[in-house]
Design a protein around this ligand. Structure first.
Ligand SMILES: CC(=O)SCCNC(=O)CCNC(=O)[C@H](O)C(C)(C)COP(=O)(O)OP(=O)(O)OC[C@H]1O[C@@H](n2cnc3c(N)ncnc32)[C@H](O)[C@@H]1OP(=O)(O)O
Length: 505
């Protein structure tokens, strides 16, 4: 590269000062003109306003101010700092297990509680119990009941003469193990030290959740076989898992928008939610109880989650390209209607649910896998957890990630998709004698419809393989019926409810 030296003209000093003064006087005149128009602006253009960040700062301040030990004992959503989530939900009952539960990934809980609600009556021969499994963040409050008159999350789905008919069935719903609405989870206290579990809570699986539910069903109602295991989303995973764990203790299974094993794409979508949440400094590696909770991380995680729960076509119809206020200039804070909607969804949720429960349950969904090889592995992990417990050893795992970066394996060296499928087919033989209804939704991007088609296909083959007695029904809602995506089970009740009612009989 050549540098050209330019010879500058010699400037006489007093000429410079004349020039400088002229420029200064021009600048000050033009500044006076701008200032007259808008006294605050000294830059070429006014700075943008950030009402969304102002709101976050104010909220932080309010939460910090209410963050004193005396307040924390009575905290609530309004009062903060960290809400007592089970106080937000009321009117549920508690099943207490004093026996430990040994978990699929080698941890254990020395004792645990399961929050539950019921509707309808258990018949004399105890044969009409329907267990409703929740999605990720729902409570046991699926429907209003005398101890909590607020509408539940499946209010119009369950009831006298409804799709799940409480005149016929005794309907039970629990808050999952790991949740924060009354069941034992990371925001509960560890009986070993009377301190919050936080991230000392063990990694959970969906199958651990149903194992705890089964203890509850037997312990609380003395029911040995449930009439139906019903759920959507993570509930659709649980409905299958219950029968996978205890095939002879379930009659019918309904899995809506579920899957038989998590897909890497869904894991990726959940990973992004965990990452933003864990990046909130207030998360503090899970030890934020009685301090300011990671509400910003939770809000952003919920916004990402909401993108996965609904669908583009729905938003095209609902919001289009409309902005919240067309008369205002575009802003970097939420501006389009779809942005203000996501902002609202995040804001509404961020103090309603415990951040650690969110992380653990998302992870449990990632780990979901009904392949045969997983059955053996989990069984052996639970056995070694029990042995360690009996020997009163503390279970400390090495959770560090390997220092050497992961080297992509040659495909041949790992399990091929076909081998993996055959492993799943063998795993699904466990359900060969159950009647199963699988419902899929074409507009779902989180649990894409091919995953429900896979459940039906692999179940059909597994039943053939061992001449199982169960029936399989598959029902799919196309884009012409519902564009609500993954949340269809909460929004298109009639379309989901018809096949459910018919299948239950
Ligand atoms: C992964 C699993 O295992 S489970 C599946 C997870 N799914 C969920 O958790 C569901 C989350 N979604 C909900 O809870 C929803 O409220 C549903 C599905 C129950 C109902 O959906 P909808 O009837 O479409 O209502 P939705 O909540 O999406 O929108 C209405 C709310 O948004 C607000 N809103 C709507 N449009 C906008 C907008 N453009 N800007 C700001 N706010 C908006 C409304 O005012 C209303 O507010 P409110 O709830 O405070 O009264």
């Amino acid at each position: 590269m050549f540098l050209t030296l330019v010879k500058l003209p010699r400037v006489v000093p007093n000429r410079i000062s004349v020039l400088t003064k002229a420029i200064a006087s021009f600048r000050s005149a033009s500044h006076r003109a701008t200032a007259a128009k808008s006294p605050k602006h000294t830059s070429s253009n006014p700075p943008l306003a950030f009402p969304c960040l102002d709101k976050v700062e104010k909220k932080n301040e309010a939460l910090s101010q209410s963050c004193s030990p005396s307040v924390s004992a009575i905290n609530s959503l309004e009062g903060g700092p960290e809400p007592s989530y089970s106080m937000v939900m009321t009117g549920f009952k508690i099943f207490k297990s004093k026996k430990p539960i040994f978990l699929d990934f080698g941890g254990f809980l020395p004792e645990y509680e399961i929050a539950y609600e019921t509707w309808g009556k258990l018949n004399e021969d105890k044969s009409n119990l329907i267990l409703i499994h929740t999605g990720l963040s729902a409570s046991s409050h699926a429907k209003s009941q005398p101890d909590n008159l607020k509408n539940g999350w499946w209010e119009e789905f369950i009831g006298s003469g409804k799709y799940i008919d409480t005149d016929k069935y005794f309907v039970v719903c629990t808050n999952v193990l790991g949740g924060c609405y009354g069941s034992t989870g990371p925001s509960s206290k560890d009986p070993a030290n009377n301190d919050y579990y936080g991230t000392r809570f063990p990694i959970l699986s969906v199958n651990d959740m149903v194992r705890a539910q089964r203890e509850f069903i037997r312990g609380e109602f003395g029911v040995k076989k449930i009439y139906a295991s019903v759920g959507a989303s993570m509930g659709g995973m649980q409905s299958l898992a219950y029968a996978w764990e205890f095939p002879d203790e379930v009659d019918k299974i309904i899995s809506i928008s579920g899957c038989a094993r998590s897909h890497p794409y869904s894991i990726a979508l959940r990973h992004t939610q965990r990452q933003v949440l864990m990046s909130d400094a207030n998360w503090n590696r899970g030890f934020y109880y009685e301090k300011v909770p990671p509400h910003v991380g939770m809000k952003l995680a919920r916004e990402i989650a909401t993108v996965t729960y609904r669908s583009g076509p729905e938003w095209e119809y609902r919001f289009g390209r409309n902005r919240a206020d067309e008369l205002k200039p575009p802003a970097l804070c939420p501006d389009f209607l779809v942005e203000t909607y996501l902002d609202h969804a995040g804001e509404k949720f961020c103090l309603e649910y415990d951040a650690n429960s969110f992380l653990y349950i998302l992870k449990a969904m990632d780990l979901f896998d009904l392949r045969h090889s997983n059955y053996e592995k989990s069984k052996s992990n639970r056995k070694s957890a029990q042995e360690k417990y009996n020997a009163a050893e503390s279970i400390e795992e090495d959770l560090s990630i390997p220092e050497k970066p992961y080297q992509e394996q040659v495909r041949k060296a790992t399990v091929t998709p076909e081998e993996s499928y055959q492993d799943l087919r063998k795993g699904m033989e466990r359900l060969a004698n159950n009647d199963v209804l699988v419902v899929g939704v074409e507009s779902d991007i989180l649990f894409p419809v091919w995953q429900q088609r896979e459940i039906a296909k692999v179940l059909g083959e597994a039943k053939e393989d061992i001449k199982g007695k169960g029936k399989i029904e598959y029902f799919e809602l196309g884009n012409d019926v519902s564009n609500y995506g993954h949340d269809t089970f909460l929004l298109s009740l009639k379309d989901i409810g018809g096949p459910v009612k018919q299948f239950l009989g």
